[in-house]
Design a protein around this ligand. Sequence first.
Ligand code: AMP
Length: 118
Amino acid sequence: MAYDNGNIFAKILSGEIPCDIVAENEHALAFRDINPQAPVHVLVIPKGKYESATDFGAEATETEQAALCRLISHVAEVTDIHKDGYRLIANTNRNGHQEVPHYHVHILGGGDLGRILP
Ligand code: AMP
């Protein structure tokens, strides 16, 4: 399926829609989720046009992949959740309930998150 240039994260990347930026590097952007599910809830997205975790893993360059990984670690440190712990989630496609068709990793922390699934 072709990447949807009108998705909300594409609009955030183009500056059309504002966001609460936590950090960024050349290839990835981190901003606060508009509907937080934990005391700390940050989304990390690649700046390139990748629809899902599958696409990002298969098609992104190693430089882009490394930049996203490094930004996740950086966000965990600057939000001070790295010591007590946190959870990464990448909802993917229909069964994963992915709502926004631009790859994103949720970083959730700031308290006990319970087991991985209810
Ligand atoms: P997912 O189900 O993994 O696709 O989750 C998409 C996430 O994007 C949800 O947690 C939404 O709250 C979040 N979201 C949607 N629009 C915005 C926005 N404009 N700024 C920040 N987060 C957003």
